[in-house]
Structures are given as C-alpha cells and as structure tokens.
Design a binder for this molecule. Structure first.
Ligand SMILES: [Zn+2]
Ligand SMILES: [Zn+2]
Length: 705
C-alpha cells in the first residue's frame, strides 16, 4: 500500500490517503475529506502506514501534474526561505485546478487555417468572418454564441479551421508567424558559440544596445525545436516591445504568464505548457515555478533587477531557483545584463559561472556621450528650476531637429514635501513616518503617501494656523511636466508614472504613440528606464541622479549605477550617437566617474573591494529578521529579546536597528541582522535556533531599509 500526503489548496494542513496502485509525487487526485469531494496534489508517497486510518484515493486526474523534480525544488525553496511548501506551490498553481470539476476538459478554441474559398452556406461564412475578426483564433465559448456545433464540425472536416486544446491568451493572435532567419553580427555569433559550449551558467555581460535579445532569440529558437525555454523578465507590463518582438518570431509556441491573467487564462497557458504545445514561456518571477515538461534553457533578462526577489513570503531570489532548475534538468542558464549584480559578478570571479562579454553596440553605434551637471552651480547662477542650462540647450536642439528626448525623474507627484510657511506644519501620513506628497489626479489635488498609498484631499488652508501659504520642496514628475510646458511653449510631453498610467495596456498605448512621434518628450519615473527602444530618441535627461544615493544600504550605489546605466541606454540606439545629461548635487561622488565612462567593470571592481573590506554580501550571507507591532514598545521588546539571545549565546556582528521608515501601514518595525560566511551556514544556524513565530525572515534581503 502507498500512503500519500495530499495538499488541498484552501485547506489548512496536509492529510494522508492511501492507494494500492503506484502513484507519483506531483499527481493531481480526487479524494474525499469529511464527506466532501476534493482535488489535491500529492506531495509525498511512503510505504509506512500512518497511525491513523486512511481512506482510498478516488481517482487520479493527472499522473504528472507537477513533475516530482519541481516538487523537490519547491521543497528546497521553502526550507531555505523559512516558508512552507504549500506557500511556494500556491505562487503559481491556478486555483481552478483544485475545483471539483477538471478545468482542463473545457475551453477549447478554434483557429483559422487558411482563408478559404470553398465555404458553403451563410453559417460557415459567418463563422469564418467571426474568427477573422478575432485575428484568426477564437475560444469555443465565444464562437458558440453565434455558431452551432454542426457548422463548426463542418469547418473542421474541410480543414478550414483547426481545434486547439487550451485557449491562447487574448493579448496575441495565434497565427503562426513566419520564422525569420537570424542575422547575427560576428560578435553575437561568437557569443552564441561560447554559450553553447559552456557547461556553467553564463553571465552575458553586454552594454545596452549590444543585441542581447538577438542572442536570446537565436538560442531559444534552437532549443525550442526539442525542448522548452523559460524566459524571465523583470516585469511583463514594462516590456511590451520585447514580448511583441518574441511573439513576432515565435508566434504560437510562446506562452505568457503574468499576474493580470484571469484564472481561466492561467489554466490554459499552464495546459499549453504541459502539453508541449507552448515551447517558450515568458513571464516575471512568478513564472519561475511553473513546471515545464522539458526545460532546456532558462534566460534571465536584466538579471540585476530587484524585482527578481520576491518580497513576500516565500521571500525567494529567482536566481537561486533557476539554478536549481537547470542543475536538475541539465539545462542551460543565461543571465543577461549591462550592469550585473555584485552577487553575479562575484560568481564569475570565483569561477562558478562563466562570463561572456559583449562590449560593443551593434552596427558600430557608439555609446552615448554623458555630461554630468553640478546642480549647485545652477543654484549659484540663480537657476532653481529642475532644468539646468545645459539640459535646456540640448532640449532646444532636439526640438529644432525634430528628434525626441526622454526625461527621467524617479519621483512622482508635484513636490517632495509641503510645509506651511507660517507655522511650519508638515503633512505626515497617519499610518507611516513619511511625508505625504502633493499630486494632481484627474484634475483634483491630493496628498498621497508613497509608502502605504494613503490618500487625502489637498487643503487650501493649514490645519494648524489656517494660513494659506505653503512651501513646496523638491520636484516630482508632475511639477516637471508643468515646468517643461512653460519653458518650451508648444512642446508635446507624455508623462509615464503611476498617476498617469494605470496598467499594461495604458503603458503600451502611450509607448506606441511616442514611437509614432506624437510627442517630443517622454517624461517618466523608472517605468521608462528599461527595455524601451525608440529610433528617434537622441537625448536622455536625468533630472536628479542623487535619488537613492544617500540611503543607509550597502547596495544604494549599485542600484543608482544600474538605473543610470539603464536610463542612458535609451538614447542613440540607432545611427546617431546619443547624448545624456545627468544632473546631480554631488558630482564629486566616485560613482559618477564610472557613469561618465560607461565603466561597469570599474564600478563592479570598486564595489567588490568595498564589500570585501566590510564583509558584506556577496562576501557573506545576511538574514534580516523583522519584528512589527502597532505598539512601538512591543515591537522593540521582541526584537531586543531575540537580538540579546543571539548576541549572548552565539555571535557578535549581529545588530538591531529600527526600519528606515520606522512606522508604516500603522505598525512599527525593527530589524535584527545576522551575518554568516555563506548562505548554507546561515540557514543551518537559523534552523538550529528558535526564530520567533511573529517575525519575518528574509535571507539575503534585497534591501536593508
Ligand atoms: Zn500653519
Ligand atoms: Zn503611509
């Protein structure tokens, strides 16, 4: 007899059932729990009879719903991140798979094969027209609204349409695109060869505009002939150009996974992947645990992006999971970036990964020229606006030549802070230790907390002294938009930030319009920093490069460098050399030397030395254990008790600190940091002590704040 642990989503705890037949870990089964039919997934199979009585498994729905290798990986991820296996699995498995009906048995779709000439009768004609209007594919549900099953079967028999298992997501039409041949440069071709040969994970270290995407496409095309490809990007919504490009090459065999898919769409994409119909899965970090049948290549694009760390339990780093996947399935791993994480750079230095460089842009396009502007000089000249004289000149030139510019400011809203000029009153969020920022939203003026999203109406008079005289400090994208319009009459500006763009489609539309030349300037937050490629953009302005530089986090310079490199990579990607104007109050900071010379290598070496000296990751591993409570004393007491216990019994070098925003979402937070030589030792140490239940454990946190 086999005794199986079955996990049923939505039911607390794991229960056991029995089966005479051999049964796989990862199978999807039907069982009866407290008299009710349930659907669950087998997590463990054992020959040892439990002490309690077990019932029979009623039916096996999918023998290999999740390959056992993926269950093992999920188990490791849970262990290493102090979370549970169910939580890790819940990340991706659509809830519908746990319903008592088998969702896979529904939702077929029909695709148009040819534009047919031998259609008979009005009904068939009508059906074909409907499918054509849907770009060649339609779900069964949609088509059946107007067309009978008899008509559909007739069209299938004639070969005019085909029936497909699982619907293709509505974003794309499903027509198989013709496969273009790849024209790689000699340099790119060499890189492809080197990646093919490498037995280790490959860090593809290539400057912006060096054509990393061409290399991914080439590798994916090869691998997808007989295996599957997992293609991970930092954020699906912000990479419309890449997805469109992949879709134009791969068409039907591409599956897309993102958080906005409906449950039904998730089930369909999942099924297409499992059936092998989809060979390439593109998604953000939540797609990493979607079980592929035969993964042969994993691509992590823009590997330095911090969105690859899951900030909620289970707090995993995507890099760690893909390494597990490739080693179990003997697949290739390629991580691409122009500015590697220190962790990844370090792995290459110690020989764990193989580094391949692409130091030049394609078609001999030069990297843009970068000018660093000292904003304190501007202030001395009496220019207190966010636009320096240099940037103004460059912008005038761009407008004259009918080119386009992108302007980057990583602060939303109108102003950084608002203060009453009479009594000094400031507007603090009631839930957080953070100033609320003034925004204009749909014509209304609002105060918004950037930490928790709390929203209040803007007041005309000071609540303390009733004066009507406010001082606004700092610039946000909205203030900048106004300034640009005042200073350059007739200029057309698009603004892309969380206030003006509400979703993926909004963003895509705006980017398309900018691409078509409907605006002179695209102004935005980090939303516009990555992955975008516009032929006509020859100038990028960075309004305030200091944002984020003075944070008490050993990674603050790394992040700013990555962001500035990404932003400046948006200019001059075609024929002409682009220009970048970077404004800062602190031009003397060493980081700007590296920025000016596009010197990622130098920057990484410099940071490596600093980290090594201070024994910070990647030269050590770190855990951040956070205690939170509505009462400050309670949070502090808990944190202090734990901190003392570690310090007195085990090690020095741990420390206790209030969070950077001491109070957010109505709670106070204190962190205890513990360091060890490496991750394995750190986890082992944490497993042997007792970590209080009410704390949050974050291994190698992305942020110390
Ligand atoms: Zn006042
Ligand atoms: Zn708040």
């Amino acid at each position: 007899m086999n005794y199986c642990d079955v996990w049923i989503r939505g039911i607390k705890g794991i229960f056991s059932w029995q089966s005479k037949e051999n049964i796989n870990i990862g199978a999807r089964v039907r069982v009866k729990l407290r008299g009710k039919l349930r659907t669950g997934i087998i997590l463990k199979v054992s020959k040892n009879k439990p002490e309690f009585k077990t019932q029979d498994i009623l039916e096996v729905w999918d023998e290999e719903f999740i390959p056992s290798a993926y269950i093992e990986i999920a188990r490791e991820v849970a262990e290493e991140n102090f979370s549970s296996l169910e939580k890790v699995l819940s990340l991706t498995i659509p809830e519908k798979f746990f319903s008592t009906k088998n969702p896979e048995k529904r939702n077929n779709s029909y695709a148009l094969q040819i534009v047919p000439e031998n259609i008979r009768g009005e009904k068939q004609k009508q059906a074909v027209e409907i499918i054509q209007k849907n770009q060649g594919i339609i779900s069964e549900e949609e088509l059946r609204k107007d067309i009978s099953l008899v008509t559909i079967k007739g069209l299938i028999e004639k070969g005019i349409i085909t029936e497909k298992k699982g619907k293709i997501t509505s974003i794309f039409s499903a027509q198989q695109k013709t496969r273009p041949s790849f024209t790689l440069t000699v340099e790119q071709q060499k890189v492809v060869e080197e990646i093919r040969k490498s037995k280790k994970p490959v860090l593809l270290f290539g400057v912006t505009g060096s054509g990393k995407t061409e290399i991914y496409k080439k590798l994916a095309a090869e691998v997808s002939e007989d295996g599957q490809v997992l293609f991970l990007v930092p954020e699906i919504a912000l990479t419309p150009q890449l997805i469109a490009e992949l879709y134009s090459v791969f068409g039907d065999i591409l599956a897309v996974w993102h958080s906005k898919l409906s449950e039904g769409e998730k089930v369909q994409e999942w099924s297409r992947i499992q059936s092998g119909e989809a060979r390439i899965l593109i998604g953000a970090r939540s797609a990493v645990m979607i079980p592929l049948v035969n993964p042969k290549l994993v691509i992590l694009d823009e590997e330095h992006e911090w969105t690859f760390k899951n900030e909620f339990a289970p707090r995993f780093q995507t890099h760690d999971i893909v390494e597990k996947i490739v080693s179990r399935f003997n697949a290739k791993l390629v991580l691409g970036t122009a500015t590697p994480r220190l962790e990844s750079f370090h792995k290459c230095e110690i020989g764990e990964w193989h580094r391949v460089d692409l130091p030049n842009r394609v078609h001999e396009v030069q990297l843009p020229e970068i000018e660093i502007i000292d904003l304190s000089n501007e202030a001395k000249k009496g220019n207190f606006s966010p636009i320096s004289d240099s940037l103004e000149q460059e912008l005038r030139e761009i407008l004259k030549q009918k080119k386009q510019a992108m302007i980057f400011l990583n602060k939303r809203g109108f102003a950084g802070s608002t203060m009453c000029k009479v009594c000094g009153h400031t507007f603090e969020c009631p839930n957080c230790t953070s100033n609320m920022k003034m925004h204009e939203r749909f014509g209304d003026q609002k105060f918004i907390c950037h930490v928790c999203g709390h929203l209040e109406n803007f007041v005309v008079t000071c609540p303390e002294c009733e004066a009507e005289n406010f001082q606004f400090k700092g610039w946000g994208t909205q203030a900048l938009e106004k300034e640009l319009k005042e200073r350059f009459p007739g200029i057309k500006v698009f603004r892309a930030d969380a206030d003006s763009v509400s979703g993926k489609q909004d963003f895509e539309k705006l980017m398309d319009k900018f691409h078509e030349g409907q605006a002179d300037v695209l102004l935005g937050t980090q939303m516009i920093a990555k992955g975008l490629d516009f032929d006509n953009v020859e100038l990028v302005g960075v309004i305030l490069a200091d944002v984020g530089l003075n944070l008490p986090d050993f990674r603050s310079e790394e992040r700013v460098f990555q962001l500035l490199t990404q932003v400046s990579g948006r200019a001059g990607r075609r024929k002409k050399r682009g220009r970048i104007v970077v404004q800062t109050f602190r031009p003397e900071e060493k980081i700007f030397q590296f920025v000016r010379h596009h010197d990622s290598e130098g920057f990484l070496q410099w940071q490596s030395e600093l980290r090594k000296k201070s024994n910070m990751p990647p030269f050590s591993a770190m855990a951040k254990i956070t205690f939170s409570d509505v009462k400050k004393e309670v949070a502090f007491k808990e944190a202090k008790k734990f901190f003392n216990f570690i310090k007195d019994n085990f090690k020095d070098g741990c420390y206790l600190a209030p969070a950077f925003f001491p109070r957010t979402h109505n709670k106070y937070h204190f962190h205890v940091f513990i360091r060890e030589e490496n991750k394995e030792k750190l986890i082992k140490f944490l497993k042997q002590i007792e970590i209080p239940e009410n704390s949050k454990v974050d291994i190698n946190p992305a942020s110390l704040l």
